[in-house]
Design a protein around this ligand. Structure first.
Ligand code: BG6
Length: 363
């Protein structure tokens, strides 16, 4: 059942190009029905409220960057467990989006209930049709990534990101923020995601494994990213915590100098997500600042970024060139590989980490 892979997690990492291709098995013309919104409904959206837990929360946080830029709609992202117990202004025209692999996470269900009580329109992005969440929501976008067995979520995460990216492009076009040419460009890139993911897997697995061998004995790891890559840094740290029980933290690249840099020394490897985009120079400084404190810097970048970072860093992992937002989805694969190989070298129970359950059905 593991199809020759040592763990389900590794199998599911490799399944991502197919999982995302299945999730995106629709055409541009089908978008209104897959996202369940008419042009008029879309024009009336004033705010998007995303609610989710764990890895699904990181998908939501990442999507804030592209939904806001492409559609102009303000996006707020909350941990479901926080949303449930905080004061929420009942802003008219709010669309609440719950993101969940299982559709059975009690915190997310409770938050969804609150959103419904506030009178918000609701959309579930979910991998299990017929789950509690999908029965509550006005509409469901089904991530067709298949059964995910490993407790640590991988293919569900990239499928959620793909769904949210598609939603961003669709909303942007419907609201007239993106013109036809931009819509065409972004949707073409979007539908090419499976191929980009395949190339990412092909080009990064060995490099990550080799690097993991050099640093797996360390006890603290830092992940840095900016914009849509910041939540991927958070996800990289979460994955490492979940399956290797190591101390890992994710920060926005620009924030490290405001405190976290104090923990950096030669025993804290720093994983820098630095595609060659408008924030590359900033990430380059993050590499230099942490390297100056002795950190082994592992930079994840593309061909153009590698030409500049080449000799400045401890290790390089090269992803295919893509638009800045899509690099976040590709980098998700790289941080998954990294957590996987570290945990494997440390002989951890990868598919069934201690203290964790695949789906937490109590609040
Ligand atoms: C956690 C799982 O308890 O729930 C995580 O261990 C998961 O892997 C999170 O991301 C949310 O689960 P779901 O099913 O709502 O996406």
């Amino acid at each position: 059942e593991k199809g020759g892979y040592k763990h389900f997690m590794l199998k599911e990492i490799y399944e991502q190009p197919d999982a995302v291709a299945d999730t995106l098995r629709f055409g541009v013309e089908d978008m209104p029905s897959v996202f369940g919104m008419s042009g008029k409904q879309i024009k009336n959206i004033k705010k998007i409220q995303i609610i989710a837990c764990g890895t699904a929360y990181h998908a939501g946080l990442c999507s804030k960057y592209f939904i806001e830029e492409y559609s102009g709609i303000p996006v707020e992202v909350d941990y479901a467990s926080e949303y449930k117990y905080r004061f929420v202004p009942s802003t008219p025209g709010t669309l609440a989006i719950a993101v969940s692999q299982s559709g059975e996470t009690a915190d997310t269900i409770a938050a969804m209930k609150k959103a419904k009580e506030a009178g918000f329109k609701t959309l579930a992005i979910c991998n299990v049709l017929g789950s509690t969440l999908t029965r509550m929501a006005d509409h469901t976008f089904f991530t067709r990534c298949g059964l995910e067995i490993s407790v640590a979520s991988t293919k569900a995460f990239t499928s959620q990101l793909a769904a949210l990216y598609g939603l961003a492009v669709f909303l942007g076009f419907q609201r007239g923020v993106l013109n036809s040419a931009q819509f065409k460009k972004y949707s073409t890139e979007f539908f090419a995601l499976p191929r980009l993911l395949e190339n990412t897997i092909k080009n990064t697995a060995e490099a990550v494994k080799k690097t993991a061998k050099k640093i797996y004995k360390e006890k603290t790891f830092v992940f840095l990213g900016r914009s849509a890559n910041y939540p991927i840094a958070l996800e990289g740290a979460l994955k490492l915590k979940e399956i290797s029980y190591l101390h890992a933290e994710g920060f926005p690249g620009g924030e490290i100098k405001h405190g976290p840099i104090a923990i950096i020394d030669s025993h804290v490897p720093v994983f820098v997500l630095a595609p060659k985009d408008n924030l590359f120079e900033k990430m380059l400084s993050a590499c230099e600042e942490t390297a100056a404190r002795g950190a082994k810097v592992i930079a994840v970048t593309d061909k153009k970024g590698a030409e500049i970072l080449g000799k400045k860093v401890f290790a390089l992992v090269k992803i295919p060139e893509a638009n800045s937002f899509l690099t976040a989805i590709l980098n998700a694969v790289v941080v998954q590989f990294f957590a996987y190989y570290i945990a494997d070298l440390r002989k951890c129970e990868i598919d069934q980490p201690r203290n964790l359950a695949k789906s937490v059905t109590v609040e």
